[in-house]
Each structure stands twice: as C-alpha cells, then as structure tokens.
Write a protein of this length. Structure first.
Lengths: 256, 529
C-alpha cells in the first residue's frame, strides 16, 4: 500500500539560506503524524511544498499516488490544508467562508449546508457563524480554518500548528475530531513544537532541524526509551546553559 | 534619544528596501516624482522674487496655509501618515513621553512628505531674501511653520487615535478620502470653469483669501514675513506670538496624548460586526467554483473599503467630465456624451489588481485546486455585476444632460467595447504581476505599502492593451463623425470584438495562472513593512 504522503529529496532555498535540504519523509495511511522541530527548522516550508503552495527547488511530493506538482488537481482534491500565518478571506462571516470553500471544493450543494452547520457546532463556532472572520480571535480563526480544511471530507489532512492559540476546551474538541478521523482511515500530518501534545496524540513522528529529518518512525522508535522532550533536545543538540551564564539575572544579587 | 530614534527610523527604512528590489525601484520612481514636484515649486518660489512683494505675500500665505491644512486633513483621513515608528510600540519600554517627543518629531520628518515639506519651506526663504529684516522674518517663520504642520497632524491623530483605531472608522475614513478626491476634482474644475474672470478680479480675490488665511491658525506662522514686507510690525509680532503659542499648545497636547498612549496602547478592532445570513448572493450565481468566486468577490465589493474607494476613484473622471462640460458655457456636448467610455476603459484595472487585493488568502484558491479559468471567470462575473448598472446609469445621465441622442449608439458601442476588452486584458494582466497590497483599512500611503514597479506595469499594460485592442471600434466611432450611419456598426462590432478579447483573456489568463499559482502566492505574500 502506498504512503499517504511521500516527500523525496525536497529542497528549497531562500537566497543563501537553505530552508529545506534534501528532505525525505513517508507517512503511512491512517496514522497521526507529528512533524516537530525548533523554530526555523523548515516545517512550514516543507508543508507548503507538500500542499502545492510553494514550488520546491528540487524533489517530489506525492499524495496517495498523485504527484502534487504534475497532477495538482488530483492531489489537492484529496488534501485538506490548514496553513499557519496566511490570511483567510476575512471579510466573510464564518458561515460564508465555509460555504465559499465548499463551493471551491465542489461539495454537492445539498450536503454543503448540513456539513457546514455540523462543523460549526462541533468546533463551538455556531454562535459566531454570522460574525466576520476579521473579528475572530486567534483561536477562533484556527478553528474556522480547520473547518475549511475538513469541509470536503479529505483523505489527508495537513495542519500547520493546529493547536496554537486554541483554548483547552476547543483543543480537546479538535483532538477528538482528529482521532475519530484517523480511526476512520484518514491520515493527519501536523506540525507542532509542543512535545507533550505530539506524544499524547501522534502515532508516528519526525524530528526536523535545519531542513533535514533527524529521526523518523513510530513514537516509541523515536523516543528510544527516554522522554520525547529529552530525546528531541538530544537530537537538536541543546545543552542547558551553565551556572555562569546570565548570572546578572539573579535578582538576589541584583543592585536594583 | 533623538539620535537613537532617527537611527531606528533609518534602519527600518533601509531594511524594508533591502528585502525587495521592486520596492527600491518603486521608491526611486516616487522620489523622482516628488523631486520633480518640489523642484517645480522651488522654481516658482524663485520666480516670485521677480514679482512684487505684495504678490509674493499673498501667494505664499495662501499656498503655505493650504499646505498646513493639508497635513491636518491627510493625517486625519489617513491615519498617521507614517507609522514606521509607532509610539504604541514604546509602551513596554521605560521611557517617558517627554524624552520621546523630540526624537519622534525629527524621525517623523524623515519621510517623503516630511522631507518635501522641509525643502519647500526652506525655498520660502529664497523668495523672501530681499532685505535683512525680511530674511530674518522668513528664517523665524519657516521652522515654526514646519513644526506646526507636523505637530498639527500628530496631535490630531493622537487625539483621535481611539476612534481611528477601530476598523469601522478606518474603513469609513478610506472611503471618505476617495470621496474627498472626487469632490476636489469636481471643485477644482468648477472653479476653473467659472473663473473666466479678468486677471484683476483674480488678483483681488487672492488678496482677500490671503487676508483670511493669515488669520487662521494654519497661516499665522507663514504670515510673519508677509507682515514684515508691508512694515506692519505690530501685526507681525502678533502673528509670531500666536504661531509660537500654537506650537506650544500642540506640543503639550501631543505630549499629553502620547503619555496616555504609552500607558494604554491602542487595542484595535473587536466590535463583533454581525452580517445577516443572506443567501441572495449565492442564488444569484451558479453553485460552481466560478460562481463561488463571483459571490465572494461581490461581497468584497461591498465590505472591503479598497473596492469601494476603487469605484469612487473610477467614477471621478467621467463625472467630472460631464459636470464641467455642462456647466461651462463653452463646453462641448459631444465630449460629455462620450464621458462614460472613460469608466469602460478603467473597469479592467480592478481585475488586474484583484489577485493582489486577495493577499495571502489566495492560498484557499490554490489548495482547493480550482483552475485559473474558473478564478478568472468568477471575478469577471462579479465585476460586471457591479459596473454594468453603473455604466448604464452613467450613459443615461450623459445622454439626458446633453440631449445628443444621435450619439447614443456609438457611445454605447464604444463604452461596452472598452469594458469587455478591458475585462479581458485585466484577466490576463492580473495573472502576470502581483504585489503585496495594503490590507483593507491599512494606510494606503504608508511606507512600504506601495506596490512599486509591478503595480505600475500592471496599470500601464492594462490601459495601453485595452486601447490597442479596442482600435477597430475606436476607428469606427471616428469614421462615424464624418459618415453618421457608420455609428450603428460600432455596437455590434464593439460587442463582438469585446467578447472575443474577454474569452481569450479568461482562457489564456487561466492557463497562465494554472502554471503560476505558487509564484502569485509568493508575490502577494511578501511582507509589507
């Protein structure tokens, strides 16, 4: 069985800076996959290339046997995407935005209305369905973005930082939606830098830094006996600063 | 603190230019343009030396009072003409507003309008440098006047910051500015149409205007050298004291509002606007991706101030033309009758900039995998829905006010030919160049918000392309002036040519967009400084 998402030799440079450097990644079907890495590791760049938003310098991205860059229509129809840091058509209300994405995705009009109100209910956005998205809080904007990614019942979900700025209650709602989705055979790829979240939610994960995969596999394989947090720090190469550094910061010895 | 803030300002400016060559090119073009205007003004100021002192007094007082008023109006309508150094960003630092003020004042003058104003104000000294007392008076007046300009705009924006901070008000202000432009265009033309008066009358009304301007707060400082030139020493002293007091008052007001702002930085938005859940727009267009794009952009025409301002901007030229040709006794009725063609010509521009206006939200179109042709077709549908009624109304107004009904068919033919061709050309051009447009409600004149060269290219190619492709119809219209029956050919020929160009524009533009989606995304997502 082919992988849900398969990235081979992806490269992308911005000027002299190599954001993604020959990155290979395979995500099996029906799993929750976590992409973790420090700030600036190239997570967002990788996901942008996998979803057809950013043209790679080299390499291929395949979604369920459809090449994203030679068969974009086929690949995009199977994907639901939630990017991070990109705007939405925020002069529409939540309900209008969802309807709009449904039309773009060719969701049958008869189903569109019922799907859209179910999603708004599940994500606790029903009360704000007629509020303009530009007035939404950061967490609500994430949630309406997730609804837009789900409206056409995709087989692969690619989510960039889906839990950022989301409150704990909505976070739990999103978790259960994603778990049920994966249980029903869907595949979720999400990036995060919260290790506890990935540890509790994902089956497989990959650690990226400097645009390369440092470790990939099931949660237990990557953890290799220690905690994910410790393993991540080891891989990325972090050593805690010694006693000497930032000594002036100790308020007891401070002069003011 | 002054040197620190000035350095900060220069660093911010340099970094925003470093990120994009397009922006540098755009800035250079803007600078050449500004320099041209400034040198024309300076030439005029030198020229004033060769006229009488009385004329110099009247002209400079009126012009510089208008400049000062302009600073106030521009900053009120367009929030904070330059927000590169936003005082609210200092809220977390342990600084007092007193320490910040001088630095913010100088840093604020390092902007295109600031530098231009300083240059133009210094030029005033040249005009006045006849005798020692006059030169001294000008040297005193110029700094006071420049500082008044700047403080007036800062104090006013700081005072109204809480209103201006809300999204709704900024939207309104944006539309207000566009309407102000319309009014200015019509007003200016009306004045020039009515003032067929003698030079003597003109000279007398200028003197009256100067007398009034000299006693408004905008003219106090600028009137000082004028008073000295008349040897009205007492009046000069009064003007000086008033101007100095104004500067002191504005300084205190600005300091007060800045201090308040440092304690409570402005929170923007959050009014919770609800919209009625209407499906009328959805029923109007087919339930396809193209229909969806049409419905969404139609809603944007109503909710996004940039589109509203665009409509107002496009309507300026034809309305001004009709009004001035009708009120002017020597106006030519035929020109007014053909005025709606101007709107037809401009319509394509809105399509050429549509992708840029979407900004990074464009990712939804890309990841939904809709074809470029569907995107193009949807935008054409909504643009036609907006402009078709406007064009019909305008044609009706033009015909009724002129009574030149024999020009109806050629006028309709040419207008529609231009509109359809323009839409087709705009469809294609819109896919070639995109740029990071200012967000709705953001300051359209802010530093780094100009689209630079891509937006200029897009504008020029759309206009020229539309005119060239409409040549067959234009030729027929010209021919019909000599052979009237040819006029009836313009309508079918115009519609046919227009529809052909539109079809090609949608298909070819769509094909280009299918290949260029990621590049378009990159072009619009370059961060605005």
């Amino acid at each position: 069985m082919s992988a849900a998402l398969s990235l081979v030799g992806l490269c992308k440079s911005f000027g002299p800076k190599r954001a993604v450097d020959h990155l290979d990644l395979d995500v099996r079907r029906g799993c929750m996959f976590g992409l973790v890495g420090p700030n600036g590791a190239g997570k967002t760049t990788t996901l942008s290339m996998a979803t057809g938003l950013l043209r790679p310098d080299a390499g291929t991205a395949r979604v369920l046997d459809h090449d994203v860059w030679t068969d974009p229509a086929g690949a995009k129809a199977l994907m639901g995407v939630l990017p991070d840091g990109l705007r939405l058509f925020d002069r529409l209300s939540g309900a209008e935005l969802l309807h709009y994405v449904g039309l773009l995705r060719r969701v049958p009009p008869a189903e569109l209305a019922s799907r859209s109100s179910e999603l708004l209910d599940a994500l606790a956005l029903a009360d704000d369905r007629d509020t303009l998205v530009v007035e939404y809080s950061a967490g609500m904007t994430k949630k309406i973005g997730l609804a837009c990614a789900l409206i056409h019942a995709p087989r692969l979900l690619i989510l960039d930082e889906p839990f950022e700025a989301v409150d704990p209650v909505s976070g739990e709602a999103i978790r259960s939606i994603l778990r049920n989705y994966a249980r029903a055979g869907g595949t979720v790829v999400m990036s995060s830098h919260v290790m506890e979240l990935v540890e509790s939610l994902c089956d497989d994960l990959a650690v990226v830094a400097h645009g390369r995969v440092l470790a990939a596999g099931t949660l237990d394989e990557v953890r290799a006996g220690s905690s994910l947090q410790q393993r991540f720090l080891d891989l990325v190469g972090f050593t805690a600063a010694g006693e000497e550094s930032l000594a002036w910061l100790r308020s007891s010895s401070g002069s003011s | 603190m002054v040197a620190l803030l000035v350095r900060l300002k220069l660093t911010l400016l340099r970094n925003s230019l470093k990120r994009s060559t397009w922006r540098t090119v755009g800035l250079i073009i803007a600078m050449i343009y500004a320099l041209g205007v400034v040198s024309l003004v300076l030439a005029g100021l030198v020229g004033l030396r060769f006229t009488s002192l009385a004329l110099t007094a009247d002209v400079t007082v009126v012009a510089y009072a208008a400049l000062t008023l302009g600073w106030l109006l521009m900053s009120m309508l367009v929030f904070g003409v330059d927000e590169t150094i936003d005082p609210a960003k200092f809220a977390l630092l342990p600084v007092r507003s007193r320490e910040l003020l001088p630095g913010l004042l100088v840093a604020g003058l390092i902007s295109a309008p600031g530098v231009a104003t300083v240059l133009v104000a210094v030029g005033l000294v040249i005009s006045w440098a006849h005798t020692v007392p006059l030169t001294l008076a000008a040297l005193i007046a110029v700094p006071i006047g420049v500082v008044t300009c700047f403080l007036l705009s800062r104090a006013a924006t700081a005072a109204f910051a809480s209103f201006l901070g809300s999204r709704r008000f900024r939207d309104l202000a944006f539309v207000g500015l566009a309407l102000f432009g319309v009014a200015l265009g019509i007003g200016g033309n009306l004045i020039s149409a009515f003032v067929n008066a003698e030079i003597g009358d003109l000279r007398r009304s200028l003197a009256d205007l100067a007398t009034v301007a000299a006693w408004t707060p905008f003219g106090w400082a600028w009137a000082i050298p004028a008073d000295v030139s008349r040897s009205a020493w007492l009046v000069a002293a009064i003007h000086f004291m008033l101007a100095a007091a104004l500067v002191g008052l504005l300084w205190m007001a600005w300091s007060h509002f800045l201090a308040a702002g440092l304690v409570s930085p402005i929170e923007r938005g959050g009014t919770g606007t609800k919209v009625s859940d209407s499906t009328a727009v959805e029923r109007f267009f087919p339930a396809t991706p193209a229909g969806g794009v049409a419905g969404r952009t139609l809603r944007y025409w109503r909710r996004d101030p940039r589109y509203l301002a665009g409509i107002a901007g496009f309507l300026i030229a034809p309305i001004v033309l009709i009004v001035t040709q009708r009120v002017n006794p020597e106006g030519i009725a035929a020109i007014a009758a053909f005025a709606p063609t101007l709107l037809g010509l401009l319509v394509g521009l809105s399509l050429a900039q549509d992708l840029s206006y979407d900004g990074t939200a464009l990712w939804l179109h890309i990841s939904a995998g809709i074809s470029g042709a569907e995107d193009r077709a949807g935008r054409v549908m909504s643009t036609m829905t907006i402009y078709l009624p406007l064009i019909v109304i305008l044609l009706g107004v033009a015909m009724i006010t002129t009574g030149e009904w024999h020009l109806l068919v050629p006028a309709v033919g040419l207008t529609f030919a231009l509109m359809l061709t323009g839409l087709g050309v705009g469809c294609l051009v819109g896919t070639l160049w995109q740029w990071p447009a200012p967000l709705p409600g953001a300051n359209p004149f802010g530093v780094g918000n100009a689209g630079g060269l891509p937006s200029l290219l897009s504008f020029a190619v759309t206009m020229i392309g539309t005119l060239i492709l409409t040549l067959p119809t234009i030729a027929l219209v010209v021919w019909s002036f000599y052979t009237p029956w040819v006029g009836y050919l313009t309508l079918p020929v115009g519609l046919l040519c227009g529809f052909i160009v539109l079809r090609i524009g949608i298909a070819q533009g769509g094909r280009i967009l299918d290949r260029r989606w990621p590049e378009a995304m990159l072009a619009v997502s370059e961060k605005t400084a």
